[in-house]
Design a protein around this ligand. Structure first.
Ligand code: SF4
Length: 257
């Protein structure tokens, strides 16, 4: 662990980050579901093309919505009421150099940090300042495939440097998605003894379903996913959890909630 110096601190506070939005809400996904947090959404993502069901198109690199801010202004301005628990999300937060400075400054200020990443980048520096790294490997229904080398690297440091969870959006009707979940389980089995929950959550299956994304549709997809997971993974000795996205039940597919 590098001891922080006032020089490091000053440099971190001056670093720019591309910011999409900041808002306070409930964590709607994963093991920390229900916790009140400040979400800091970093602008830009390294997925090209974007995932087919991406619900943060406004955080894509080509979107004009992002603004550059310094870490210092983000943390100290009265505009944002940064809560004790912070979720750094995107876009893809680990694809920006400024993210390290933001994580450093947040951790020095005593915040409990979750980083949500698409699991295409392994980042030791980020792990050092993060309480929970939430990996979201992308399955075939997204138009992408998981990067197993990166997932294994995160599994190596799980429980030592930070907590890790693997959270996948699954189309419960898609054999390709379910096969890929099986592949992720197989590729991470050497670390099965670690405390790494595998969280599966339903994904909207069509564009119109995605646009509606009503609680009813979400519940139906959740029910179907539960059945598919029971049939396919019911006897697998891993911590597999099928969970809803709480914010979608509460508010549907809306921005900044
Ligand atoms: S990784 Fe996340 S932010 Fe990037 S395109 Fe996919 S869903 Fe959207």
């Amino acid at each position: 662990m590098i001891e922080p110096t006032s020089e490091m601190h000053r440099e971190a506070l001056l670093r720019m980050v591309p910011l999409s939005e900041v808002f306070n809400s409930v964590q709607g996904e994963g093991t920390r579901i229900g916790q009140l947090c400040t979400f800091i959404r970093i602008q830009g993502c390294n997925m090209d093309p974007p995932c087919s069901w991406c619900d943060t198109a406004y955080a894509q690199p080509q979107s004009p919505h992002g603004i550059g801010v310094t870490v210092g202004s983000l943390l100290t301005t009265q505009v944002y009421n940064i809560l004790h628990r912070v979720v750094l999300t995107g876009g893809e937060p680990l694809s920006h150099v400024g993210t390290h400075s933001l994580l450093y400054a947040l951790s020095m200020a005593g915040h409990i940090i979750t980083v949500e990443t698409n699991a295409t980048i392994f980042d030791r520096e980020a792990a050092r300042h993060t309480s929970l790294v939430s990996l979201s490997p992308k399955l075939p229904s997204s138009g992408h495939e998981p990067v197993m080398r990166v997932i294994r690297a995160w599994m190596e440091v799980a429980d030592t440097w930070c907590q890790v969870q693997i959270k996948m959006c699954v189309d419960g009707y898609s054999l390709d998605d379910l096969d890929m979940v099986a592949h992720v389980l197989e590729c991470t089995k050497d670390h099965a003894h670690k405390n790494v929950p595998i969280i599966l959550q339903p994904v909207s299956r069509t564009h119109s379903e995605f646009q509606m994304d009503s609680p009813v549709v979400h519940s139906l997809n959740l029910r179907n996913l539960l059945k598919a997971v029971e049939a396919r993974f019911g006897n697998v000795n891993r911590d597999i959890r099928v969970l809803p996205q709480l914010h979608k039940i509460l508010w549907g597919n809306k921005r900044g909630i």
